[in-house]
Design a protein around this ligand. Structure first.
Ligand code: ZN
Length: 376
């Protein structure tokens, strides 16, 4: 249930326009651990966010501001057609500008070392050498990233996670996306596939998940879960669901998480209750992540993040109630994302121009050279 921003409106939020308050502060510097290797982000880069329906692109300056943007429909699932759209967007936005690099964010698992897409749920990409193909076509450095990683990087550098040494991003859309920045490193696990927080099993034998398991967190704390609960209420023809039914002219199938969020923000008490329930599930899963990862900040983004404090307050209560060792340990901050739906393209652009391959190499699980026995 990613909400589509109005064209240009969000780009304006990032622009240092006359008369508008600039929401971006100075970018996050390298963490102390990597102070000897400061992040260098000079010049302009193009970030591209490949979604299931739209390909969004923007020219991003070193402060994280989008100074120009463009978008196209996602041209089906054919990798060649998607590459052609990317090339077209880069040529359009690069006209008259000196573009140093291009960063691509897409849902799925990326092998950053080889620039290949191992698997993408929405696009028919399997072991696709996206980076090599695009570098040849564009004659520029290209970085290929998971979209949640890109968004986490943007929030850490320019948004709600600035100054945080250990950050976990949770994006609540149709499912749950996740990413971690730990001591300035985009942490992807040994095989590059970490961050699948949405598939922690939180209710044994609970709702079936499309991953094949039952009871995954994203079946309880996502936009889809919110829509499902609201439809259930409406199908039962509950008198409390009249506002919901009126909003969709009686068409129960048209009730989505986006509709519920909108009504909740307008003050509808039942939709607020539904979001409160989802928030409590969110907090329970965050308590599990807090026990395992001990981050300083959880940043909550994605379409459902638009519910703001209606979601975050109950999440915080459930988090504090379920966190192991509560009362005897500092608890993580839980905060709404600051950069909106364009965070992915901002982060992809910014990462593409930062020459810190050693960090990314570690983040993506490059094995040490030599066999273990030889390293001793
Ligand atoms: Zn699952």
């Amino acid at each position: 249930m990613q909400t589509e921003p109005e064209e240009g409106l969000l780009a304006d939020r990032f622009r240092a326009g006359a008369g508008t308050r600039r929401p971006l502060r100075a970018p996050q510097a390298a963490s102390s651990r990597y102070a000897a290797r400061p992040l260098r982000a000079r010049g302009l880069a193009i970030g591209i966010d490949i979604g299931g329906t739209k390909v969004a692109a923007g020219v991003v300056d070193p402060t994280g501001a989008i100074i120009a943007s463009a978008r196209r429909e996602t041209p089906g699932q054919d990798p060649r057609a998607v590459e052609a759209v990317i090339v077209d967007l880069v040529r359009e936005l690069g006209r008259g500008r000196r573009i140093r690099s291009v960063g691509i964010g897409a849902a799925g698992w990326m092998d950053l070392d080889n620039g290949t897409v191992l698997f993408s749920p929405h696009l028919a990409w399997r072991n696709e050498p996206l980076r090599a193909n695009l570098e040849k076509a564009l004659r520029r450095r290209v970085t290929v990233l998971n979209d949640a990683d890109a968004a986490a990087w943007a929030e850490w550098r320019f948004g709600a996670g600035r100054g945080e040494s250990r950050l976990v991003l949770i994006t609540l859309g149709t499912g749950i996306g996740g990413a971690m920045i730990m001591d300035g490193v985009l942490e992807r696990g040994r095989h590059g596939v970490a961050g699948e927080f949405g598939h922690q099993i939180i209710v044994p034998n609970g709702h079936r998940c499309e991953c094949g398991n039952r009871g995954c967190w994203e079946q309880y704390a996502s936009g889809n879960a919110l829509g499902r609960e609201a439809r259930e209420l409406a199908t039962a023809n509950s008198p409390v669901a009249q506002t919901l039914l009126h909003e969709v002219n009686g068409n129960v199938d048209a009730i989505t998480g986006t509709v519920v969020t909108r009504l909740a923000l307008q003050g509808d008490p039942v939709c607020r209750e539904l979001i409160d329930d989802v928030g409590q599930w969110l907090g329970l899963g965050l308590a599990n992540l807090g026990a395992a990862l001990d981050p300083g900040t959880f940043v909550i983004g994605g379409g459902l993040g638009a519910a703001g404090q209606l979601l975050i307050e109950p999440a915080r209560r459930a988090f504090e109630r379920n966190l192991t060792g509560r009362g005897f340990r500092p608890a993580a901050r839980i905060t709404a994302a600051a950069l909106g739906p364009e965070a992915g393209l901002v982060g992809a652009a910014d990462l593409s121009r930062i020459r810190h391959r050693p960090l990314l190499g570690r983040a993506y699980g490059t094995p040490p050279s030599g066999r273990p026995s030889e390293r001793r």
